[in-house]
Write a protein that binds this ligand. Sequence first.
Ligand SMILES: [Zn+2]
Ligand SMILES: [Zn+2]
Length: 220
Amino acid sequence: MKEIIKNVYHVGDSGCSVYLVDTNSNEGLILIDCGMDIEIIKRISKLGLNPRNIKHCFLTHFHIDHTGACSDLKNFNKQVKFYAHDLDANAIEEKGYDSMTAASWYGIDYKPVGLERRLKGDLEKVRLGLYEFQCIHTPGHTPGSISILVKVENTKVLFGQDIHGPFYKSFGSNLDDYQISMQKLLDLKADILCEGHFGIIKPASEVARFIQSHKDANLP
Ligand SMILES: [Zn+2]
Ligand SMILES: [Zn+2]
């Protein structure tokens, strides 16, 4: 667990990497994905952050390695509000999508959670305290994958959780959409990329190189 830049933290890894933004406001703490183990999330108390002050959680897509701990988090802290893209929302809110979410592959009984809001279209901006969370629709890995851009002082931080793939029919993957999505992310010229399985990538030149290499490796 460590601070990446001011108010932005890598909480830890359980299934995926879990990231946190401290809004320094009554909007509290924001999670980017939950991972699979709430105990990892609770460890933020070691940094002096209160896990009961987590008020919002953006889910980048419906995969179990990113959503598995959601229901435990909701039980621990009733005030948490979840957000995901409309096109991935059913598999988060309902049972019956175990091959799509990879729950069956992990052998996990996914417990659905309700969303506060279904994000729609190409871009939705959610302002929480100091920061604006730009939720950018980046389909490819799944139909409703989103990447989130937050400007912290003068640094553009991009949360792109599974931009490396993989791509399977059972996920609803689409490599044509993926090419367009990766170009969108390249155009952002982010300074730091917080990835779901490859950790923290910086500076901007490395972020571009990482995205471009995956884009090139996964042509339709
Ligand atoms: Zn995934
Ligand atoms: Zn993942």
